[in-house]
Design a protein around this ligand. Structure first.
Ligand code: DON
Length: 566
């Protein structure tokens, strides 16, 4: 029965979605007056302050974003950095245009699935997650250059200056970084340049000790001086390729020289009077968020008791995750049925398959794949005094990425190759069993869940995002819903979370998200509730257009983030 419903939904989508307007970015609802001051929320006080320092020099939100991202590369290297990649959603106050920047890593041309298999044919999880074979060609440096050149007001060198200073003069590492180093010590010890950077004197640095990163400072200086050529050609590129190849990797100078950050049309969806502007493929996040909102627009959630509302939201999550696993990949390489997935008619079909008072077991919906939540990555949000808005989610993938530092560069390489479906029918670190659309290929971008999102309304707007592997999407979705329900930044980042990702067919719950009566009702409807440690590190800036009030908040689950308005 469910299969036929699915087919019907597909048919509705295909037949009626003609002209579904996702490709062209519609005008933003209302141009609000400028707030007159700025808000930044990031995972580190050093990074938030770097952003404000660049605003004080006359920069806009996009210059500040360059400063924050580069500072995070230095002070929060376990989560993101110039050896990784990012995705950015921008709203330009002047003209109201929305832009998406894809600085996602690419596979090197010599990528070979056999490198991710043991001789006996079983998956080799070590090459997928550690060392140079796990690293994609970094996108972050090119993304920062693009942001600065196309959207900033200041020279790149001015926006990179605070990060260079932090790397040269030093900073006090957050306890989270020291815990990450201790956790990955054995892997870091496999590569001398990783020991030099993260285990000076062979030991995890002590809390409170000043940490310096002179080699990354030099690499950032070359990027500041020469732009893309300072990283993707010449000294740094030569050192990256030499280090990768000496350790068994396959990068070439051409892989680096050919890397380009790309602008793409963001996904826009209207919901309850707000325009939600979010990440298109190669992120799966925006498609999933749009699908959930399209399903839920058929209900008046505001009039429902908490259990009924959670039921419909979980069923929307279940259906959106089922699709995102099966269809999505790099739009430059694969054809995706986006018109269908984003069509309201498709959502109508899916909505019909939701029962009023009962969970739909995932096994009753046709599907191919599965995945599970992750650990590190970082998100920051900025609104400037003119009303420019930017959200960036940036990552080296797993904790401390590949744990491989390229000798002489200070650059910690990502392990983003694991976000490809490297070995057919074998899950990645988040349990993901991707489809052919996400198979690795030279030059191709691996699918991401990163979902930097801007919500624009007549009276209020917000920039929302978080790390968390596959849970990014439900976190951002819940953040959007809470904002539209009227909550402010502090409340949104603190709200308890729940998460369903189709398979495993369980609802992950943070302690306190449902009261006892709601939990009992959900269980009676057929849901399995599974408690999990708190997840995510959400950083949100909200803007109330009426009083021109900004609020910036960092997730209280962590103590090193900082949301500030000045
Ligand atoms: O791009 C992605 O979806 C992953 N590389 C993000 C990893 C992540 O968020 C880890 N967790 N907190």
């Amino acid at each position: 029965m469910n299969f036929s419903l699915h087919v019907r939904a597909l048919l509705c989508g295909f037949l009626l979605a003609g002209g579904a307007a996702w490709a062209a970015e519609p005008a933003t609802p209302a141009q609000a007056a400028a707030p007159g001051h700025a808000g930044i929320a990031s995972a580190s006080n050093y990074a938030t302050d770097a952003g404000f320092a660049v605003l004080a020099k006359g920069g806009n939100a996009f210059d500040a974003a360059v400063a924050v991202a580069a500072a995070l590369s230095v002070v929060e290297p376990e989560s993101s950095g110039i050896g990784g990649g990012f995705m950015a959603t921008l709203h330009l106050a002047k003209g109201g245009r929305n832009v998406f920047i894809d600085a996602r890593e690419t596979a090197p041309m010599a990528v070979n699935s056999k490198d991710y298999l043991n001789p006996d044919g079983t998956p080799n999880r070590d090459t997928a997650l550690k060392g140079p074979l796990s690293a994609g060609i970094p996108g972050e440096p090119a993304g920062l250059v693009l942001l600065a050149e196309r959207y900033g007001k200041l020279p790149l060198a001015v926006s990179l200056a605070p990060a260079i200073k932090l790397a040269k003069e030093g900073f006090k590492p957050a306890p989270r970084l020291l815990r990450s180093i201790a956790r990955e010590q054995k892997n870091l010890e496999r590569w001398p340049a990783s020991v030099a950077k993260f285990l000076p004197g062979g030991k995890v640095p002590a809390a409170g000790e000043i940490w310096r990163d002179p080699e990354q400072a030099r690499t950032l200086e070359l990027l500041a001086k020469d732009g893309n050529a300072g990283f993707y050609q010449g000294e740094v590129a030569n050192k990256l390729v030499a280090a990768v190849r000496a350790a068994g990797g396959n990068w070439t100078l051409a892989d680096l020289g050919n890397y380009r950050a790309k602008e793409r049309t963001p996904i826009s969806v209207d919901y309850r009077g707000y325009r939600i502007v979010t990440a298109p493929p190669p992120s799966s996040g925006g498609v999933a968020i749009a699908e959930m909102l399209n399903i839920l627009r058929g209900y008046d959630l505001t009039k429902m008791d908490p259990a009924t509302r959670a039921h419909y939201e979980i069923e929307a999550m279940r259906r959106a995750y089922r699709d995102h696993n099966d269809y999505l990949g790099d739009p430059d390489f694969v054809q995706m049925p986006l018109a269908m997935l984003l069509s309201p008619y498709y959502a109508d079909g899916l909505r019909q398959s939701i029962l009023k008072d009962r969970a739909t077991p995932s096994d009753m919906l046709p599907h191919e794949s599965v995945h599970e939540p992750g650990q590190h990555t970082t998100h920051f949000s900025i609104i400037d005094k003119d009303g420019n808005m930017v959200g960036i989610t940036s990552t080296v993938n797993y904790i401390l990425g590949s744990t491989f530092v390229a000798k002489g560069t200070g650059v910690l390489l990502n392990d983003e190759m694991d976000d490809f479906a490297l070995v057919p029918d074998q899950p990645n670190v988040y349990g993901l069993l991707g489809s052919k659309a996400n198979a690795p290929k030279g030059g191709k971008r691996m699918l991401s869940s990163m979902s930097p999102t801007i919500v624009i309304g007549k009276d209020r707007s917000a920039v929302i995002g978080s790390p968390g592997g596959s849970t990014i999407i439900t976190q951002v979705f819940e953040g959007i819903m809470h904002f539209i329900d009227g909550q402010g930044a502090q409340q949104i980042v603190a709200d308890k979370r729940y998460h369903h990702q189709f398979l495993p067919d369980v609802v992950y719950v943070e302690d306190g998200v449902f009261d006892a009566a709601t939990s009992a009702r959900l269980k009676a409807m057929g849901y399995t509730l599974k408690p999990r440690e708190p997840w995510g590190f959400m950083n949100v800036v909200t803007w109330n257009h009426r009083g021109n009030q900004l609020d910036a908040a960092s997730d209280p689950r962590h103590h090193d983030g900082l949301g500030k308005v000045e």
